[in-house]
Design a protein around this ligand. Structure first.
Ligand code: TRP
Length: 331
């Protein structure tokens, strides 16, 4: 990696069911920042085993996630792309960070509380430890910046806290990362039938979610059914018009047009026509993305090569941080 550019880290879990929310919030921005930063994009498979996985499906999901990164314009010649579990230093650093993080800090994590509620029979320690493994992902590469959606801000704040703690105790050993949320409105896409909560891949009602691999018909149907209100005026007001505001956000993020310009454009537009335009903006993006996705998905050897190269590049950087910490800890 060149020394001149600063380091940007981002990752997502290979869940196999990425949503329009994931795309707008994070992945769609990855392509554009590749020339400004040394980007490191990870497939967080160790995070994914905090819930039980079916082995075959899991392996497929990991490769599919890579295919989706590539389809979104991530360029393996510019950025490091790797699978988290293939760089063992993540676990090594995780343990060191465990010993520098307090129980009280973790028990406050909103996502832990939510996930524990959803899955009360599997509140494993991995789920509890999840934010520390994230901190390890970030600090291992001396990342200057971390690109995340809204739901991960609390976790990155913890990573910053741990980094400062290490530097206080041992001198300058890790970079304290900045948080980068690409698009303040757009990174929070809401559920279509219940636009006061986030669009989440784990939602039990599939009509709340647009998946990146949804087909044409499915997108048409889901947007047509999305909840709006009865006042037939299109403007942005998340309190009184959460449904319309969410659709405006989606349209704005996908077309790059600001909300205020859209409000002017749509003064005389009916909800029905507005929904058709939103549907079209989604299809324009998704159909192209899917075509590329299936192209890469079939190139198994190519995908494997990218991950091998990515892991070895990542490992080289990771070892430096581990060595630094082993030195100061006396290990
Ligand atoms: N937990 C993140 C998510 O579900 C994925 C992730 C893992 C991540 N490690 C990370 C994001 C480090 C940013 C930095 O979206």
């Amino acid at each position: 990696m060149g020394l001149s550019k600063s380091i940007m880290f981002s990752a997502i879990q290979p869940s196999g069911k990425l949503t329009l929310g994931n795309y707008i919030g994070t992945i769609s921005h990855w392509m554009h920042i590749q020339d400004m930063y040394n980007c490191i994009y990870s497939i967080a498979d160790l995070h994914a085993i905090t819930v039980n996985q079916d082995k075959k499906l899991f392996q497929q999901n990991i490769l599919d996630t890579l295919a989706l990164y590539l389809a979104s314009g991530v360029n393996p010649k510019k950025s490091i792309i790797f699978v988290q579990s293939e760089v063992q230093e993540h676990c090594q650093l995780n343990w060191i960070l465990n010993c520098h993080t307090y129980f009280g800090e973790l028990i406050r994590m909103t996502q832990f509380k939510q996930k524990s509620k959803i899955n009360p029979n599997n509140i494993n320690i991995g789920l509890f430890n999840y934010p520390i493994l994230m901190a390890a992902d970030i600090l291992l590469y001396q990342s200057d910046t971390v690109l995340v959606g809204h739901d991960q801000i609390q976790h990155v704040e913890l990573a910053r806290k741990i980094a400062k703690r290490l530097n206080f105790l041992y001198g300058q050993v890790v970079t304290v990362p900045k948080i980068y949320i690409p698009n303040k409105n757009g990174s929070k896409i809401m559920a279509l039938l219940n636009p006061i909560k986030k669009m989440s891949k784990s939602d039990s009602n599939l009509n709340n979610i647009i998946f990146l691999l949804d087909d044409h018909k499915c997108v048409v149907k889901k947007i047509a059914r999305s909840i709006t209100d009865s006042d037939n005026k299109i403007f942005y007001d998340t309190v009184n018009k959460p449904g319309i505001s969410n659709l405006l956000n989606i349209y704005s993020s996908l077309t790059g047009t600001s909300i205020s310009v859209l409000e002017n454009m749509f003064v005389n537009t009916t909800y029905k026509n507005f929904k058709l335009l939103v549907t079209q903006s989604i299809l324009d993006i998704l159909l192209k993305l899917q075509e590329k996705f299936f192209y890469f998905k079939n190139k198994k050897d190519y995908l494997r090569d990218i991950l091998d190269i990515g892991a070895s590049l990542a490992k080289k950087e990771a070892q430096k941080t581990i060595q630094k910490l082993y030195n100061v800890l006396g290990l």
